[in-house]
Design a protein around this ligand. Sequence first.
Ligand code: SF4
Length: 395
Amino acid sequence: MVSDRQNSKLAKSAGIYLHIPFCIVKCPYCDFYSIENEQDDFDSRESFVDALTAEIRNGNLNETKISTIYFGGGTPSMLDGDQVDRILSCLRDNFDVAADAEITLELNPGEIDIGRLTYYKESGVNRLSMGAQSFQPEELKTLGRLHLPEDIFTAAELIEKSGFDDFNIDLLYGVPGQTLDSVAENVLSAINIMPNHISVYSLTYEKGTPFYSMKAEGLLKPVDENLERVMSERVLEILRDAGYNRYEISNYSLAGFESKHNSSYWNGSPYYSFGPSAHSFDGRARWWNIRDVRSYIDKINSNESPIAGKESLSREKLIFERIFLRLRTSSGLHIPSFESEFELIFSERFETQLIELDKMEKDGSQPIYSYVDSYLRLTDNGLRYSDAIAELFVP
Ligand code: SF4
């Protein structure tokens, strides 16, 4: 149960996520929902935009101020400027979108042109996120990516020419066959492009993906765990030296360019999502749409709800999620706010966990957490074990 006090504190500002389920081809490691170009044609994208705008029109967010909008996917840059414009106009017509809202759109190198980028900019998109992943041709091939390293540089030039000064580059490490040197080269190449935000994720093998089966069948050799740990340390070192602050376990930015949208997930703020497979969270419950884009369009066209499931989060689960998410960030968990929101005394409620944390710290050579200015934070060393530390707090 969530107390009345918590209810009254439900934020009046929220983010919006839009799931655009189209990709030219499906990358073998990716478990986000999307359909490949072969199964898609322009008409299906038009029908999808019609359905998405209809779902938005049916949404009721009362007086919630929308502070961020995120076009994710899939490959949102497969939408025309006109289609993005229609979606944004629909959001503004139906919700209270802040004039200075952060509006991000994901794109792939090699799949954009200046006309499309300019249209996005004129429509109000003010932040781009480019899925570069690697600057090494062999690694891009292993990952099943369609682009070449030179496409990343061309995309960066187009981004600059079209007037975007706020953009992110996504990179992956732990790619089979990757070396420590190539990880360092990838990060340095990204820095040379001068984005104000860089996200560096370790490759994961998600159930249901071709990479998962290939790993199980011994056809793909994952990078050794120790090497992967050294890679993550090298990434951190290079980015810090270049002035990028690690503000979340996988996210780095120049001062003032942290992603507001992603930060709101880590703050436990509400977000409302539209499109197939999209998940929403209002501060108390989570719900999600059906995955299949054709069924999604059919449901909307028949005036049926596209929601496939809903989960009310218990107070214990909300507490755990907040601790788990905040401990992944560099600012950490502000104990007085947490205590006031959940009406508990942290040191009493989590006495056992704090003893375990101290034990873990004594067993290792370096500190894993700090408690300064009322914030509980994991150190760089602690962030390496963030999953194990979060486990301690599982209800
Ligand atoms: S990684 Fe990106 S481009 Fe590749 S399938 Fe997933 S969403 Fe599409």
